[in-house]
Ligand binder design. Sequence first.
Ligand SMILES: Nc1ncnc2c1ncn2[C@@H]1O[C@H](COP(=O)(O)OP(=O)(O)OP(=O)(O)O)[C@@H](O)[C@H]1O
Length: 311
Amino acid sequence: MSNNEIIVHCKDLGKKFGDYWAVSGLDLTIRKGEIYGFLGPNGCGKSTTIRMLTGLLTPTTGKVEIMGKDVAQHGEALKSNLGYMTQKFSLYGTLTVLENLEFVAQIYGLANKDAKVRIQELLDEYQLEDKKDVLADSLSGGQKQRLALAAAVIHKPYLLFLDEPTSAVDPENRRAFWEQLFLLSAQGTTILVSTHYMDEAERCHRLAILEQGVKRADDSPSSLMENLKVHVCEISGEEVSVLKKPLFDIPNVISVSQIGPRLRVLVNKHEANPIDLLKNTVGEAFDVDFTRPNLEDVFVTSTGRGYAELA
Ligand SMILES: Nc1ncnc2c1ncn2[C@@H]1O[C@H](COP(=O)(O)OP(=O)(O)OP(=O)(O)O)[C@@H](O)[C@H]1O
């Protein structure tokens, strides 16, 4: 995966629209070959950040360096090193798969001979060979997404930006898509991907959690889970839902959520004996135990009320 070469660096990056800071005080360091995720709710500033990193949007504060070069000054020269795939399918529905790839190859200035070789490579690698004469509009969601990724990497970019790339595909296609991303990462491509899916975030080498334009956490998913500021407990028994309110009223209980027949309860790490604390409230009829942290626990404790109570 990654070596130490820094591909993206920014300090105090911010963007103000009118009176509203969509992104503020953002520091980022992304290294070669890393798959770096931006996780956050709708409107938290993921797209705005990506647009500033690509040079499409001018920051209000701070600056972006890609491969050591200031994007504001070297944007044009850097463009040939960047690939960008947006949330919406942005290719031409009335062109065939092959015509779309030929068009994108032209935009990136690939010579005819090179373009032909590269397009054939991509048709094979992205399993689009038997669809090459089909109109893009007639492709399935997964095929459209493979075509969009093939187009985004046609010029073999060093750095690939993916803005919620799998919002329109099923879990199987999402898994296949991620296999492709790992392959690109192993070949040295640095990938920045925004998402609001936990399973997708968990696959990233490193993850930033954003809320209202501010970075709340930044580490590998495993370190984020290891360093939680809460005990993660689970309560099981008959009709656990009646326990939600009394549990939530306990000081030091940060969150209570029902998952099927169980309650997942996050208790501030300051509490020395969380199991006894919960048992005192729920009584003997219910089982209370520790359980493994997951990324959703990280999200809950890094945003909203959880973040405020643990700060
Ligand atoms: N051009 C703009 N003018 C004014 N406000 C904007 C503009 N672009 C974005 N915003 C606002 O900035 C905030 C962040 O938007 P952004 O699109 O970056 O969020 P996001 O995390 O990508 O959301 P989503 O997951 O819904 O795509 C939102 O409140 C949005 O309304």
